[in-house]
Design a protein around this ligand. Structure first.
Ligand SMILES: Nc1ncnc2c1ncn2[C@@H]1O[C@H](COP(=O)(O)OP(=O)(O)OP(=O)(O)O)[C@@H](O)[C@H]1O
Ligand SMILES: [Mg+2]
Length: 492
């Protein structure tokens, strides 16, 4: 395929596709999934970081309270003037700061009335889970006027340091932090999603589109070899898919071409058959006239001639086209095998005076459950092949050899062997055994004989095999009797 046709097939089908896509395409799904995954990842990162932020914020307050505690400790009699106390508390953002050292509890407060405490937080012992839970509580459950008491380690060997502060500024700081994180996350998510999306689009979606487009184009005209996909020269799994698809399309295209040829041939055969039947009908008229002759030789051969012509007409009638119509269902009955073999010999024209010996070794009185016409065709095709093989054998003495037909019954199965002393099967014929039009190596051979034989044997529920022998070729046919249907048999 040229570059141009490759492009054409890749671009053509979007609007004209017979199977319109419903819902999100691959790209849309990819984009949605990427956004979802990035969001999940952001949430997983955000939750611990907001908890951490809250702990840091509280620790900052405690650190400031440390300084206040130092001032408190340095003050004579542990008291500081009220303006200074207010300044210190404002800078911490706390209502009270208390420190316990030994038995002494020092308090830095503006009013003597401590506010009501809603939550206690002991910074000396905070588990990670609790940090997350309390962070979420602060953000979503605390009231505007709630107060918290935060307890931490005290400096200078004190027992603990405690501050009381309103919760609203903490919550406001947490929301500010969340908003910033959200903004940064959105930017990161957008960049990541875009990068992932474009990368995946280039790596998967576009090649998939190309393959799909090619499949649709190929589907429209599978016989056109220029529509076979051209592998893009990648080295990954998609390249394997493209190569396999190309191989499959090539096989399909050639199979279709062959099918078309066979169909055309079938039509030709039907036409030939049709006219042949008319010609044979006139031959039948003449043979009827000849049968009236008094000549003893004519008397002897006329019935055989008539029988052969009748048979040929029946063939033409029944199989007006090998390609178009399957073989008729066999009309099976119990018949003696030997007379059918004798008919095949007659039809082949092998007499006692011919250099090919005809040997029949069939069990006495052997009967077979078969359609006599079809069985005759099986034997005739096989023995004609055998004769042609012997006659074409350059190594042997001109056309001398033998055809041996054996028959025996094994339980409900009749086994027939047709063996010859010809050159045996060539590689080509063996490779295409029983394939119509494929296996012929003979000039003027159509390669149909064995295909017909196999089809007829299979229609009888039997099997045919080429048996390995030392000389020539041997075919073994097994034909089972039909299963007994007692009520039917009894009625018959
Ligand atoms: N007894 C045999 N010994 C050796 N080769 C055989 C024998 N029978 C068949 N063959 C090979 O198998 C090929 C296919 O046989 P088949 O009967 O299907 O076709 P054909 O004889 O070539 O043509 P036709 O359709 O006219 O019978 C033959 O061309 C021949 O090469
Ligand atoms: Mg043949």
């Amino acid at each position: 395929m040229t570059e141009r046709t490759a492009e054409q097939t890749a671009d053509a089908p979007r609007e004209t596709s017979p199977h319109r896509r419903r819902g999100l395409g691959l790209s849309g799904k990819l984009l949605a999934l990427t956004l979802l995954f990035v969001t999940v990842a952001e949430i997983l990162i955000f939750v611990p970081s907001i908890a951490n932020f809250r702990l840091n914020w509280l620790n900052d307050r405690l650190a400031a309270a440390h300084t206040a505690a130092l001032v408190l400790d340095a003050a004579p009699s542990g008291m500081v003037p009220e303006p200074l106390a207010r300044q210190i508390l404002d800078s911490i953002g706390a209502k009270t700061v208390a420190m316990k050292m030994g038995d002494q509890r020092r308090l830095l407060a503006i009013s003597d009335m401590p506010p009501a405490i809603h939550h206690d937080i002991d910074m000396r012992d905070v588990s990670k889970t609790m940090a997350v839970v309390t962070a979420l509580q602060t953000m979503f459950l605390c009231g505007d006027n709630d107060y918290i008491r935060v307890v931490g380690d005290a400096p200078m060997g004190g027992q603990f340091l405690e501050i009381v502060l309103p919760e609203a500024p903490l919550r406001a700081a947490m929301f500010r932090f969340s908003r910033n994180v959200l903004l940064v996350s959105l930017v990161i998510a957008a960049i990541t999603a875009a990068l992932i999306y474009f990368a995946l689009n280039m790596m998967f979606v576009r090649p998939m589109r190309r393959i799909t487009a090619n499949m649709i184009a190929f589907h429209r005209d599978p016989e056109d070899p220029s529509r076979v996909i051209v592998p893009s020269g990648r080295r990954d799994e998609i390249a394997t898919a493209e190569r396999e698809l190309a191989a499959m399309q090539r096989d399909l295209a050639s199979m279709l071409q062959q099918k078309n040829r066979l169909a055309a041939l079938g039509l030709a055969v039907s036409k030939i058959n049709h006219d042949l039947r008319n010609l044979l009908a006139s031959a039948q008229l003449f043979s009827d006239r000849i049968a009236g002759s008094a000549d003893p030789t004519v008397q002897r051969f006329a019935p055989k001639l008539e029988r052969a012509i009748e048979r040929a007409i029946a063939f033409c009638q029944a199989t007006l086209s090998y390609g178009a119509a399957p073989e008729p269902v066999p009309d099976r009955r119990m018949i003696a095998l030997e007379p059918v073999i004798a008919e095949a010999r007659d039809a082949l024209g092998l007499g006692d005076d011919t250099p090919i010996r005809w040997i029949v070794a069939v069990e006495r009185g052997l009967t077979i459950d078969a359609d006599p016409e079809q069985l005759f065709r099986i034997l005739l095709n096989l023995s004609r092949n055998a004769r042609q093989a012997i006659e074409s054998d350059a190594g042997a003495e001109a056309g001398v050899g033998q055809i041996r037909i054996t028959g025996r019954r094994v339980g409900a199965v009749v086994e027939i062997e047709v063996a010859d002393t010809g050159p045996g099967f060539s590689e080509k014929a063996r490779a295409h055994l029983f394939e119509a039009f494929q296996g012929s190596t003979r000039a003027g051979g159509s390669g149909l004989g064995l295909a017909i034989v196999a089809e007829l044997v299979q229609a009888h529920g039997g099997e045919i095999r080429l048996v390995d022998g030392t000389i020539g070729a041997t075919f073994r046919i097994t034909i089972p009797d039909r299963a007994l249907e007692l009520p039917l048999r009894r009625r018959a």
